[in-house]
Design a binder for this molecule. Structure first.
Ligand SMILES: NC(=O)c1ccc[n+]([C@@H]2O[C@H](COP(=O)([O-])OP(=O)(O)OC[C@H]3O[C@@H](n4cnc5c(N)ncnc54)[C@H](O)[C@@H]3O)[C@@H](O)[C@H]2O)c1
Length: 378
């Protein structure tokens, strides 16, 4: 077993939503060890949390700049190798940039940056750094999503003609209908979240899933947002028509006010020979449909799955794979890249996915603001 990769964590404190997912995911395949962190901008809370989860406090820093400064003083063989950036959105770009500039690999939460311009700058920085950059579009780590990608790549659906991705949540209902609350959460503050709430937070996952599974790119889009209240600057619901080719069309639907919905990400890809459908809340079932045969259900861990899918399962068939496994598979792919080992390009989302995502988010906002017009993607 090679030595564990020395991992630093920025954000993801005890008060966060996503921190636990990254921490557990990083441990699942025994590749990483957390050696340093700034879990929280409040130093006391930062230290208290490190103690709570038993991370040595000698490399818990008061802020991100201090982490970089102090880690660079350490011999390379002790220094943090990769940092996970799990902060609110506005900090992703400056932190990821500084990390790459200083020779650290980066695992970064989405949306990658605040806007497309920042994404292009980060892409250049990354190119010049020679370091690994992994973007945590978590759902691409599921074995059945990877199987979907491989089946489509192998032509099992024939020519694709229709795509339908939906990401419906209802959680923002508890915030948006209260004037005080909707002006205080960072996700509805454009200075912290960026130009979009719904498309920036969850629509971009659906977009990434469409491109990840089909291997095709969205070429143009038309979007209609709902903001619900005049004093709310951020979309909380949106429907996007997409064109991926002359005869390949579809829709990406996102909502944070879909009452009663929890984490309803679902994707269906329809081709001339067949179709595939997958839902995040039932991630161990991949439905293959055709006009002539009964529906087939693919499940993780079976030998009939592709190498990419099987590499994402750790247990024999019948042991459900969940969100922690899915994120762990992205960490596993990033670990292979950091160690210079061979990996499949579907094993973790990249800088290029991040740039495409920011292009998509900006496109949806532009389309809506210009009066629901078609907008070209780069
Ligand atoms: N991949 C996914 O499916 C997924 C799911 C949820 C959230 N996210 C993304 O993860 C990021 C964080 O989301 P969250 O829901 O955990 O947010 P959160 O508000 O719950 O937590 C943010 C954390 O960052 C810390 N933080 C804030 N400023 C900091 C600073 N300057 N230095 C160090 N730590 C700092 C906070 O103390 C907190 O612990 C967002 O970009 C979000 O879009 C991704």
């Amino acid at each position: 077993m090679p030595k564990k990769i020395r991992l630093g964590i920025i954000g993801g404190g005890g008060d966060s939503l996503i921190g636990v997912l990254h921490r557990v995911a990083s441990f699942i395949n025994d590749n990483y060890e957390i050696v340093g962190a700034v879990f929280n901008p409040d130093y006391e809370q930062n230290i208290a949390f490190a103690k709570e989860i038993d991370v040595p406090t000698n490399r818990i820093y008061k802020d991100f700049d201090t982490l970089i400064e102090e880690e660079l003083k350490l011999p390379e063989e002790d220094r943090i190798q990769v940092c996970s950036v799990l902060t609110p959105n506005f900090l992703h770009f400056p932190m990821a940039k500084k990390l790459l500039d200083n020779g650290f690999h980066v695992i970064c939460e989405k949306p990658m940056t605040m806007d497309y311009k920042e994404a292009k700058i980060l892409q250049e920085v990354h190119k010049n750094s020679g370091k690994v950059f992994a973007l945590t579009h978590t759902y691409t780590g599921y074995p059945m999503v990877r199987q979907m990608r491989e089946m489509i790549k192998n032509g099992e659906l024939g020519k694709i003609h229709k795509v339908d991705a939906r990401y419906y949540q209802g959680w923002i209902n508890t915030v948006i209908h209260d004037k005080e609350k909707r002006s205080s959460v960072w996700r509805l503050d454009p200075t912290k979240a960026g130009i979009s709430s719904c498309m920036g937070d969850i629509g971009v996952h659906a977009f990434n899933m469409v491109e990840f599974t089909t291997g095709l790119q969205v070429k143009s889009l038309l979007c209609d947002f709902n903001y619900l209240y005049e004093d709310n600057q951020m979309d909380v619901d949106g429907t996007v028509l997409i064109r991926m080719g002359e005869h390949v069309k579809g829709v990406i639907r996102g909502s944070q006010v879909a009452t009663g919905e929890e984490n309803g990400l679902a994707i269906a890809i329809y081709g001339e020979k067949g179709a595939l459908r997958w839902e995040q809340e039932k991630p161990n079932f991949l439905y293959k449909m055709s006009d002539t045969e009964p529906v087939q259900i693919y499940k993780p861990g079976h030998a009939y799955n592709s190498e990419l899918s099987l590499g994402a399962s750790k247990m024999p068939p019948g042991h459900p794979e969940g969100i922690f496994d899915s994120m762990a598979n992205i960490y596993l792919g990033a670990a292979k890249a950091i160690r210079g080992e061979k990996y499949n390009d579907g094993e973790f989302p990249t800088m290029e996915d991040g740039v495409r995502g920011m292009n998509f988010i900006e496109g949806t906002v532009a389309s809506h603001k210009q009066g629901n017009v078609w907008v070209e993607m780069d």
